[in-house]
Write a protein that binds this ligand. Structure first.
Ligand code: NAP
Length: 508
């Protein structure tokens, strides 16, 4: 196929880049303007390592000045706008995205290496999520607490308000650059916070497109910024005391670093995962195999909710493993621009290096490759299904750490407690999936698994966040969920009214 190239066919996006020697140079958005600079990052496509764009980067001093301005003016601009107007703006972003989706889909294929279907799926999910924003509003409510039940509070009452924190720094991972940007912007803007969006360095273009659409939809320019600094240059930004919320989706290591640097702030941390699937003896094996195979290979395993550990009850183990191998053998790996391809590249060479080390480590510890496990080139791999004795599993790097690509360990158990122990002993606690019908076993798992979400008879899938999800342990703090995240971006304020009247005092 020809060299990768971004589609620049849609004039709607013209003002966010200039073309220099045939390559677009994108701008950042600060202090209400799109700006170009000579300090630039090179953006390559993971499909063929071809340079597809440059991204201008701001000076740190410019970012700090913009935060000052946002704190003194921008945060009031969005907060004082009627909520109804903010809602209409979010709905308008959905309309604009619907109209300009072709270029955005193309950017997800070329910049993120997604297959056409995954890219289209991300765009449709984003539109649906934006359109579901009225459901978030139901949670922006308060309480009225009567003082009657405490002698010290008699003849008082309190109103508990929820109000915006001010400025939220939103840090986006590479795997859902469009959806995550739109989702976090939606629930942060709706109650009236200003935002600073920090896209991922490897595939920032879908987030840039989204910001352009948000501005065109009417978000006040003073209340919104997009900074293209690399994560490793962000320390002065995350520690800035004018920022009230840090909302990060990324790896556990990044989360730990950001929390150390930021000091005391409101945190939403959606961090590393990689999920176990527990398959019980009475499960529908063909269905389980299909869904597990998809959960291993979807976006090349670069999903926080990808299945990394398969725990099968011994009586169905052989059948399950053969059926998963059969399903994996149907997955076509290749250039994601080819619409027949199911699995494209990893985001970069270092991800493939990490995957290769994980496979080698499992081999060195006596495990066996049941399927795939070969590296094709710098960024393309075959999905790896690795069989391992149960007593060896905890030694594997793929068990101890999140390898963010298509690799899954399969082992068997005879007693449910063995599956629970292997699931819970990982440092992560994002989701789990259970396949089976025995309600008593399922209930035991539901009670004892230390995770934020459990999917029964399906693969874990966060989708449009219709149901809330989020991590326990090293998988994070807080929940992403329509109508749930909004509680984390609004601060509670108690207003206590003292009426000083006689009233109930007469009864004491
Ligand atoms: P990452 O390397 O941790 O980066 C995530 C974001 O953090 C990027 O924008 C990155 O910027 C930025 N960053 C890195 N270091 C920073 C620092 N010191 N200060 C401020 N920002 C910093 O993660 P990724 O590889 O993009 O994404 C994959 C990870 O996200 C996986 O661990 C996955 O499980 C997790 N994830 C979790 C969920 C969930 O719901 N729990 C959902 C999706 C993904 P640069 O790109 O410039 O380095």
């Amino acid at each position: 196929m020809e060299k990768t190239k971004l589609s620049l066919d849609d004039p709607f996006f013209n003002d966010i880049y200039d073309v220099e020697e045939g390559i677009p140079v994108f701008k950042y958005f600060l202090n209400g303007e799109w700006k170009k600079s000579n300090d630039r990052s090179k953006i390559v496509s993971p499909i063929d390592n071809n340079v597809i764009a440059y991204i201008s980067r701001p000076e740190l001093s410019e970012v700090e000045k913009a935060i000052e301005n946002m704190y003194s003016k921008g945060k009031w601009k969005i907060r004082d706008m009627p909520g109804d107007v903010r809602l209409k703006i979010i709905e308008k972003i959905a309309d604009i995205l619907e109209k300009h989706q072709d270029v955005v889909i193309d950017s997800l294929v070329i910049n993120a290496g997604k297959t056409y279907n995954s890219a289209k799926g991300e765009v449709l999910a984003t539109i649906e999520r934006l359109r579901k924003s009225p459901l978030d509003l139901r949670k922006i409510v308060g309480d009225l607490i009567p003082g009657d039940w405490s002698s010290e509070a008699l003849e008082t009452e309190a109103l508990i308000r929820r109000e915006p924190y001010g400025i939220s720094l939103i840090i986006i991972p590479f795997n859902y650059p469009l959806f995550d940007s739109a989702n976090k912007i939606t629930y942060t803007i709706l109650p009236g916070n200003a935002i600073i969006l920090k896209p991922p360095s490897s595939d920032p273009i879908p987030s840039l497109f989204l910001l352009k659409m948000a501005i065109e939809a009417g978000l006040p320019k003073e209340s919104i910024a997009l900074i293209t600094l690399p994560g490793k240059h962000m320390s002065k930004v995350v520690s800035n005391s004018k920022i009230g919320i840090i909302n990060l989706t990324g790896s556990t290591e990044t989360g730990i670093e950001v929390m150390k640097e930021a000091g005391i702030k409101q945190f939403i941390m959606e961090l590393g995962g990689g999920d176990p699937a527990i398959v019980l003896g009475d499960a529908d094996i063909s269905w389980a195999a299909k869904r597990i195979s998809l959960a291993i290979t979807s976006y090349s395993g670069q999903r926080c909710d990808s299945i990394k550990l398969i725990l099968a009850e011994d009586k169905i183990y052989e059948q399950l493993k053969n059926e998963i191998v059969n399903e994996l053998s149907k997955v076509k790996v290749g250039d994601p621009r080819d619409k027949g391809v199911d699995m494209g590249p990893l985001i970069d060479k270092s991800s493939a290096d990490q995957w290769e080390e994980g496979v080698k480590d499992a081999m060195a510890k006596g495990c066996k490759i049941l399927f795939g496990g070969k590296r094709i080139n710098d960024t393309f791999i075959e999905p790896a299904l690795i069989e391992c004795d149960r007593d060896k599993v905890k030694e594997l790097v793929a068990y101890k750490e999140e390898i963010f690509s298509s690799i899954a360990i399969i082992t068997k158990f005879s007693d449910l407690n063995q599956a629970i122990e292997l699931s819970n002993d990982r440092r992560y606690g994002l989701d789990a999936s259970i396949f089976g019908n025995d309600v008593n076993k399922i209930r035991k798992l539901v009670r004892l698994l230390e995770v934020g979400a459990i999917y029964i008879n399906d693969m874990p899938k966060h989708g449009i966040n219709y149901y809330p999800f989020g991590g326990r342990k090293d998988s994070g703090i807080g929940r992403e969920g329509i109508g749930y995240s909004i509680e984390q971006v609004t601060a509670m304020k108690s207003i206590v009214y003292n009426y000083k009247g006689k009233g109930v005092w007469d009864y004491i």
